[in-house]
Design a protein. Structure first.
Length: 244
Protein backbone atom coordinates (compact mmCIF):
# COMPACT_ATOMS: atom_id res chain seq x y z
CA UNK A 1 0.00 0.00 0.00
CA UNK A 2 2.79 2.43 0.90
CA UNK A 3 4.60 1.58 -2.34
CA UNK A 4 1.49 2.36 -4.36
CA UNK A 5 1.10 5.73 -2.60
CA UNK A 6 4.74 6.60 -3.23
CA UNK A 7 4.35 5.83 -6.94
CA UNK A 8 1.24 7.97 -7.13
CA UNK A 9 3.02 10.92 -5.53
CA UNK A 10 6.02 10.79 -7.87
CA UNK A 11 3.97 10.39 -11.05
CA UNK A 12 3.80 13.73 -12.89
CA UNK A 13 0.49 13.02 -14.63
CA UNK A 14 -2.17 10.71 -13.21
CA UNK A 15 -5.20 11.70 -15.27
CA UNK A 16 -4.86 9.16 -18.04
CA UNK A 17 -3.15 10.02 -21.29
CA UNK A 18 -1.35 13.37 -21.23
CA UNK A 19 -3.28 15.96 -23.27
CA UNK A 20 -0.04 17.34 -24.71
CA UNK A 21 1.59 13.99 -25.46
CA UNK A 22 5.07 15.57 -25.07
CA UNK A 23 7.65 15.57 -22.34
CA UNK A 24 7.87 18.37 -19.79
CA UNK A 25 11.10 19.67 -21.34
CA UNK A 26 9.61 19.94 -24.82
CA UNK A 27 6.51 21.66 -23.48
CA UNK A 28 8.59 24.26 -21.66
CA UNK A 29 10.64 24.84 -24.82
CA UNK A 30 7.42 25.52 -26.73
CA UNK A 31 6.36 28.01 -24.02
CA UNK A 32 9.73 29.75 -24.27
CA UNK A 33 9.54 29.95 -28.07
CA UNK A 34 6.02 31.33 -27.85
CA UNK A 35 7.12 34.10 -25.50
CA UNK A 36 10.13 34.84 -27.71
CA UNK A 37 7.90 35.08 -30.76
CA UNK A 38 5.90 37.80 -28.97
CA UNK A 39 9.13 39.76 -28.51
CA UNK A 40 10.10 39.52 -32.16
CA UNK A 41 6.54 40.26 -33.18
CA UNK A 42 6.48 43.43 -31.09
CA UNK A 43 9.76 44.59 -32.63
CA UNK A 44 8.59 43.96 -36.18
CA UNK A 45 5.19 45.56 -35.62
CA UNK A 46 6.92 48.62 -34.19
CA UNK A 47 9.22 48.72 -37.21
CA UNK A 48 6.29 48.41 -39.59
CA UNK A 49 4.36 51.22 -37.92
CA UNK A 50 7.32 53.59 -38.36
CA UNK A 51 8.20 52.31 -41.83
CA UNK A 52 4.76 52.96 -43.30
CA UNK A 53 4.16 56.24 -41.49
CA UNK A 54 7.01 57.92 -43.40
CA UNK A 55 6.90 59.14 -46.99
CA UNK A 56 10.45 58.03 -47.74
CA UNK A 57 12.39 54.92 -46.78
CA UNK A 58 15.62 53.36 -47.96
CA UNK A 59 15.80 51.64 -51.34
CA UNK A 60 16.87 48.06 -50.60
CA UNK A 61 18.29 47.65 -54.11
CA UNK A 62 20.94 50.30 -53.33
CA UNK A 63 21.57 49.63 -49.65
CA UNK A 64 22.02 45.86 -49.95
CA UNK A 65 23.73 45.47 -53.31
CA UNK A 66 27.28 44.49 -52.34
CA UNK A 67 28.71 41.00 -52.71
CA UNK A 68 32.08 39.82 -51.32
CA UNK A 69 35.10 39.76 -53.65
CA UNK A 70 33.32 41.54 -56.49
CA UNK A 71 32.69 45.13 -57.53
CA UNK A 72 29.42 44.20 -59.24
CA UNK A 73 26.18 45.55 -57.82
CA UNK A 74 23.97 42.55 -57.06
CA UNK A 75 20.85 43.68 -55.19
CA UNK A 76 19.86 41.29 -52.38
CA UNK A 77 22.21 38.56 -53.68
CA UNK A 78 24.30 38.44 -50.52
CA UNK A 79 21.38 38.38 -48.10
CA UNK A 80 19.79 35.66 -50.26
CA UNK A 81 22.97 33.63 -49.74
CA UNK A 82 22.69 34.23 -45.98
CA UNK A 83 19.10 33.02 -46.06
CA UNK A 84 20.07 29.89 -48.00
CA UNK A 85 22.83 29.10 -45.47
CA UNK A 86 20.44 29.42 -42.54
CA UNK A 87 17.72 27.32 -44.19
CA UNK A 88 20.27 24.66 -45.12
CA UNK A 89 21.43 24.53 -41.50
CA UNK A 90 17.81 23.90 -40.53
CA UNK A 91 17.80 20.88 -42.86
CA UNK A 92 20.96 19.48 -41.27
CA UNK A 93 19.34 19.96 -37.84
CA UNK A 94 16.36 17.90 -38.99
CA UNK A 95 18.75 15.16 -40.09
CA UNK A 96 20.51 15.28 -36.70
CA UNK A 97 17.17 14.78 -34.92
CA UNK A 98 16.26 11.97 -37.30
CA UNK A 99 19.61 10.27 -36.65
CA UNK A 100 18.94 10.60 -32.92
CA UNK A 101 15.64 8.75 -33.31
CA UNK A 102 17.63 5.93 -34.89
CA UNK A 103 20.23 6.07 -32.09
CA UNK A 104 22.93 6.72 -34.68
CA UNK A 105 25.54 8.64 -32.70
CA UNK A 106 27.99 9.18 -35.56
CA UNK A 107 25.29 10.62 -37.80
CA UNK A 108 24.09 12.93 -35.02
CA UNK A 109 27.64 14.23 -34.61
CA UNK A 110 28.03 14.80 -38.35
CA UNK A 111 24.78 16.70 -38.84
CA UNK A 112 25.20 18.73 -35.67
CA UNK A 113 28.67 19.80 -36.81
CA UNK A 114 27.27 20.93 -40.18
CA UNK A 115 24.51 22.84 -38.38
CA UNK A 116 27.09 24.63 -36.24
CA UNK A 117 29.17 25.49 -39.29
CA UNK A 118 26.06 26.86 -41.00
CA UNK A 119 25.31 29.06 -38.00
CA UNK A 120 28.88 30.35 -37.90
CA UNK A 121 28.80 31.04 -41.64
CA UNK A 122 25.60 33.03 -41.22
CA UNK A 123 27.10 35.08 -38.39
CA UNK A 124 30.21 35.71 -40.47
CA UNK A 125 28.07 36.95 -43.36
CA UNK A 126 26.11 39.21 -41.02
CA UNK A 127 29.34 40.65 -39.60
CA UNK A 128 30.52 41.37 -43.16
CA UNK A 129 27.23 43.06 -44.00
CA UNK A 130 27.27 45.20 -40.86
CA UNK A 131 30.90 46.19 -41.44
CA UNK A 132 30.12 47.28 -44.99
CA UNK A 133 27.19 49.40 -43.88
CA UNK A 134 28.94 51.04 -40.92
CA UNK A 135 32.28 51.77 -42.60
CA UNK A 136 30.87 52.64 -46.01
CA UNK A 137 31.38 56.26 -47.07
CA UNK A 138 28.44 57.82 -48.91
CA UNK A 139 28.09 61.45 -49.90
CA UNK A 140 25.27 63.22 -48.08
CA UNK A 141 24.18 66.84 -48.44
CA UNK A 142 23.85 68.31 -44.94
CA UNK A 143 22.95 72.02 -44.67
CA UNK A 144 24.48 72.72 -48.07
CA UNK A 145 27.72 70.89 -47.27
CA UNK A 146 28.76 67.48 -48.61
CA UNK A 147 29.61 65.01 -45.84
CA UNK A 148 30.48 61.33 -45.98
CA UNK A 149 28.42 59.03 -43.81
CA UNK A 150 28.21 55.37 -43.00
CA UNK A 151 24.97 53.70 -41.94
CA UNK A 152 24.66 53.73 -38.15
CA UNK A 153 21.94 54.06 -35.53
CA UNK A 154 22.31 57.85 -35.74
CA UNK A 155 23.13 58.38 -39.44
CA UNK A 156 21.23 57.31 -42.53
CA UNK A 157 22.88 58.31 -45.84
CA UNK A 158 20.04 56.84 -47.92
CA UNK A 159 17.65 59.80 -48.00
CA UNK A 160 15.95 61.42 -51.03
CA UNK A 161 18.20 62.49 -53.91
CA UNK A 162 18.52 66.19 -54.76
CA UNK A 163 20.43 68.16 -57.37
CA UNK A 164 23.61 69.82 -56.07
CA UNK A 165 26.27 71.47 -58.26
CA UNK A 166 25.04 69.67 -61.34
CA UNK A 167 24.76 66.15 -59.96
CA UNK A 168 22.42 64.20 -57.73
CA UNK A 169 23.39 63.63 -54.12
CA UNK A 170 21.58 62.00 -51.22
CA UNK A 171 20.16 63.86 -48.25
CA UNK A 172 19.87 62.40 -44.73
CA UNK A 173 17.27 59.66 -44.50
CA UNK A 174 15.09 58.59 -41.56
CA UNK A 175 17.28 57.95 -38.53
CA UNK A 176 14.92 55.17 -37.45
CA UNK A 177 16.23 52.86 -40.18
CA UNK A 178 19.61 52.26 -38.55
CA UNK A 179 18.19 51.75 -35.09
CA UNK A 180 15.60 49.22 -36.22
CA UNK A 181 17.89 47.42 -38.68
CA UNK A 182 20.83 46.95 -36.34
CA UNK A 183 18.57 46.37 -33.33
CA UNK A 184 16.37 43.66 -34.84
CA UNK A 185 18.99 41.90 -36.99
CA UNK A 186 21.39 42.09 -34.05
CA UNK A 187 18.79 40.60 -31.72
CA UNK A 188 18.25 37.79 -34.21
CA UNK A 189 22.00 37.34 -34.61
CA UNK A 190 22.29 36.97 -30.84
CA UNK A 191 19.74 34.14 -31.05
CA UNK A 192 21.78 32.47 -33.79
CA UNK A 193 24.93 32.81 -31.67
CA UNK A 194 23.09 31.30 -28.70
CA UNK A 195 21.91 28.45 -30.91
CA UNK A 196 25.49 27.78 -32.03
CA UNK A 197 26.59 27.61 -28.38
CA UNK A 198 23.74 25.24 -27.50
CA UNK A 199 24.42 23.00 -30.49
CA UNK A 200 28.13 22.94 -29.64
CA UNK A 201 27.27 21.75 -26.12
CA UNK A 202 24.96 19.11 -27.63
CA UNK A 203 27.78 17.97 -29.93
CA UNK A 204 30.19 17.62 -27.01
CA UNK A 205 27.65 15.66 -24.99
CA UNK A 206 26.93 13.44 -27.99
CA UNK A 207 30.62 12.69 -28.47
CA UNK A 208 30.90 11.80 -24.78
CA UNK A 209 28.05 9.33 -25.23
CA UNK A 210 25.77 11.03 -22.69
CA UNK A 211 22.63 10.62 -24.78
CA UNK A 212 23.47 7.06 -25.79
CA UNK A 213 23.66 6.19 -22.09
CA UNK A 214 20.25 7.75 -21.49
CA UNK A 215 18.78 5.74 -24.34
CA UNK A 216 17.34 8.74 -26.19
CA UNK A 217 18.35 12.00 -27.90
CA UNK A 218 15.51 14.21 -26.75
CA UNK A 219 17.90 17.06 -25.93
CA UNK A 220 18.80 17.20 -29.63
CA UNK A 221 15.10 17.62 -30.40
CA UNK A 222 14.81 20.51 -27.93
CA UNK A 223 17.85 22.22 -29.44
CA UNK A 224 16.33 21.58 -32.86
CA UNK A 225 13.10 23.33 -31.90
CA UNK A 226 15.06 26.42 -30.93
CA UNK A 227 17.13 26.33 -34.11
CA UNK A 228 14.07 26.00 -36.35
CA UNK A 229 12.47 28.93 -34.52
CA UNK A 230 15.53 31.08 -35.22
CA UNK A 231 15.36 30.13 -38.90
CA UNK A 232 11.64 30.89 -39.07
CA UNK A 233 12.09 34.32 -37.47
CA UNK A 234 14.73 35.16 -40.07
CA UNK A 235 12.14 34.67 -42.82
CA UNK A 236 10.06 37.49 -41.32
CA UNK A 237 13.12 39.68 -40.71
CA UNK A 238 14.20 39.11 -44.33
CA UNK A 239 10.72 40.00 -45.55
CA UNK A 240 10.44 43.20 -43.51
CA UNK A 241 13.93 44.67 -44.03
CA UNK A 242 15.04 43.40 -47.42
CA UNK A 243 11.91 42.93 -49.51
CA UNK A 244 9.17 45.33 -48.38
Amino acid sequence: MQTAIAKTKTKMWAGGRSPFNVSYGKLMMWFFLMSDSFTFGAFLISYGSIRFSLNHWVDHNYVFNEFPFTEAHLPLAFVSLMTFILIFSSVTMVLAVHAGHKMNQKAVEKWLLLTILGGLAFLGCQAYEWTGLITGQHEVLVNGVIEKWGTTVSHNPWGPMVMHNGHFVATPGPVAFGGYFFGITGFHGFHVFTGVIVNTIMLIKTKRGDFAKRGHYEMIEKAGLYWHFVDLVWVFVFLCFYLI
